[in-house]
Ligand binder design. Sequence first.
Ligand SMILES: NC(=O)C1=CN([C@@H]2O[C@H](COP(=O)(O)OP(=O)(O)OC[C@H]3O[C@@H](n4cnc5c(N)ncnc54)[C@H](OP(=O)(O)O)[C@@H]3O)[C@@H](O)[C@H]2O)C=CC1
Ligand SMILES: O=C(O)C1=N[C@H](C(=O)O)C[C@H](O)C1
Length: 247
Amino acid sequence: MRVGIAGITGRLGRLCAEEVEAQGLVLAGGVARTPDPKNHITDNAAILAASCDVVIDVSRADIVAHHAEVFARSACPWVLGTTGLDDTAQSAVLEASRSIPVLQAANFAPGLNVLLDLVRQLGVILPENEYDAEIVETHHRQKVDAPSGTALAIGAALAEGRGVSLADVGRIDRQGRREDGVIGFASLRSGQVVGEHTLTLTSDTEQITISHRAFDRRVFAQGAVKAAKWLPGQEPGLYGMADVFSR
Ligand SMILES: NC(=O)C1=CN([C@@H]2O[C@H](COP(=O)(O)OP(=O)(O)OC[C@H]3O[C@@H](n4cnc5c(N)ncnc54)[C@H](OP(=O)(O)O)[C@@H]3O)[C@@H](O)[C@H]2O)C=CC1
Ligand SMILES: O=C(O)C1=N[C@H](C(=O)O)C[C@H](O)C1
């Protein structure tokens, strides 16, 4: 299987390239802003798509809508790990998933994806007017989006369990006293922290804390390659890591 990587020169893209080869797959090349033909790196996503069976995309949010069009036109299965998408980019992802298989995951780590299930259950069981939900994430100083995609996914899982929409109850910019049912977010940026997420649910009498800490970025690269092996051959549609880990 030939795997291409959009964002191949980045912190995660480089590790995905290593992992593709470590797992005996063929590294078809990658996309970055500066072409490097000797290393099969292009700035043209269509060229990459034409030469591979699946693309892992860990690039930048502002290029995702373009990638959606290109990979759909090229009929190239797309594993999308890039975070920080605006509504336009997210709509483009949905549109692409009508014609190609797309696997979108803010976090490729297995443990984090188990945590999302647990969070959903906590949302079902613990009443939102009794348990205040706060999500705190910490990442390295180079990270450009906030809150992290994973923090938003944790918030969405809790909201789903509570039977509400995160768009209605999520609060990033805070002012005034806390309302019942709010899911709050806080982002810290420090040094080279790989990625830490903590959800606290606090009532007047107890507190539950559930945390995930990635301390080696390779956990994401391994998950991304696992997804890339699984995706080709699937029907067009939008998939998540739960589909990969459950089969
Ligand atoms: N799903 C998951 O498990 C994880 C997701 N991520 C997400 O992956 C993304 C990348 O993270 P990280 O590797 O740290 O970021 P980096 O900034 O280190 O890498 C970004 C990559 O994207 C490329 N790129 C940037 N802009 C463009 C553009 N306009 N056209 C083509 N290529 C472009 C860069 O190329 P160049 O070198 O030429 O600038 C580089 O290869 C982020 O959105 C991050 O949140 C990160 C970790 C885990
Ligand atoms: O940018 C990162 O580094 C990470 N981004 C993802 C996110 O936004 O959730 C996943 C992980 O936390 C690392």
